[in-house]
Design a protein around this ligand. Structure first.
Ligand code: NAD
Length: 310
């Protein structure tokens, strides 16, 4: 069996199209564009790429986007003051502080300075609590929302299904647990201390990997016909590891041999594809959806701030 490929780029394009139309309608009704502010501290190259992607996509959707770039040496008080200015600015409807932060800053404290109604990353404790309680007026983290958008797009049902999530982080595993539960799935969350990981995963109708370990999920973890969602994004430069993880993908392997670097997920794609009914690739699976859902969250926050129903 060879699995259906769940194409995140197509789904992200559909979400972005809806967001673009929503932003145009908001502008027409209120004269205001959805405003997104991104705070970047330091010069981490991966963060710079992520931030550029967010602000560029925001502008493509007709948003007003603002980048506040601060040096790695910025002090706690100065950073909190800049966040406070954005918090008080009525043209900013959504804001986020790009992680990771330099070691001298306390990420938890900094993130909690973002007001909950502008917290488009959904990391504030008030939004986490609303998700846990099933209140639908909070803001929810973007990557888990992207997983649900992907499943919805392909009309993959969740009610009554066995879902296994590998990874219990605050930004992916835990919020996804609540979203899956609210869709009436029976949800198991696995983590670094889970015993019998393969056997547990192999019971899943829908298996989600959000771990950060390249190729951890192999063929033996996948129930025949299961839906496999790979959230992991890992850079690999070790040739032996790449030969293993890209086995069965000759074009990608060829590209690795030329470039010496490849992005892989937490799932061994070649093995899992042979058993799964449907599977996301990396790249091109969940990744593109994260930014799309960030902009969707910003549009929601803007509508709420401006008193405009969806
Ligand atoms: P994290 O490091 O915060 O959490 C990893 C989780 O995996 C932990 O709960 C840990 O218990 C679990 N884990 C670690 N080793 C394990 C093992 N051997 N067996 C079972 N569980 C194990 O990571 P995160 O921030 O949730 O990110 C996970 C992956 O998802 C990373 O590859 C990251 O790059 C990627 N990610 C992608 C997006 C996206 O936009 N697609 C967004 C966020 C994170």
């Amino acid at each position: 069996m060879s699995a259906t490929i769940l194409d995140g780029k197509t789904v992200a394009a559909a979400v972005l199209d809806r967001v673009r139309r929503g932003a145009a309608s908001l502008l027409e009704r209120t004269g205001a564009r959805p405003g997104l502010a991104v705070v970047l501290v330091g010069d981490n190259p991966a963060s710079e790429v992520y931030v550029r992607n967010k602000t560029r996509r925001a502008e493509e959707c007709g948003f007003a986007s603002r980048l506040v770039a601060l040096p790695a040496s910025v002090g706690r008080d100065e950073l909190l003051a800049r966040i406070g200015e954005l918090a008080d600015d009525p043209a900013v409807h959504g804001m986020l502080v790009q992680l990771p932060l330099p070691d001298h800053l306390d990420a938890r404290e900094i993130q909690r300075a973002v007001p909950p109604d502008k917290d488009v990353d959904g990391f504030h404790p008030l939004n986490a609590g609303k998700l846990l309680l099933g209140d639908d007026d909070g803001l929810v983290p973007c990557t888990p929302l992207g997983v649900i958008a992907l499943l919805d797009h392909y009309e993959i049902p969740l009610a009554g299904r066995d879902v296994v999530i590998v990874g219990r982080s605050n930004i992916v595993g835990k919020p996804l647990f609540h979203l899956m539960l609210s869709r009436h799935a029976t949800v198991t969350v696995c983590h670094s201390r889970t015993r019998e990981l393969a056997a547990t995963c192999a019971r899943a109708d829908v298996l989600v990997a959000a771990v950060g370990v390249p190729g951890l999920i192999r063929g033996e973890h996948v129930r025949p016909g299961a839906v496999v969602i790979d959230v992991g994004i890992n850079a690999v430069d070790d040739p032996a590891q790449a030969e293993d993880l890209l086995a069965g993908q000759p074009r990608r392997l060829e590209r690795f041999r030329r470039r010496g670097r490849a992005l892989v997920g937490d799932v061994h794609f070649g093995e899992a594809r042979e058993k799964a009914g449907a599977i996301t690739p990396v790249p091109g699976g969940v990744g593109p959806l994260t930014v799309a859902l960030l902009l969707d969250n910003t549009l929601r926050a803007a509508r709420r701030a401006l008193g405009v129903p969806a």
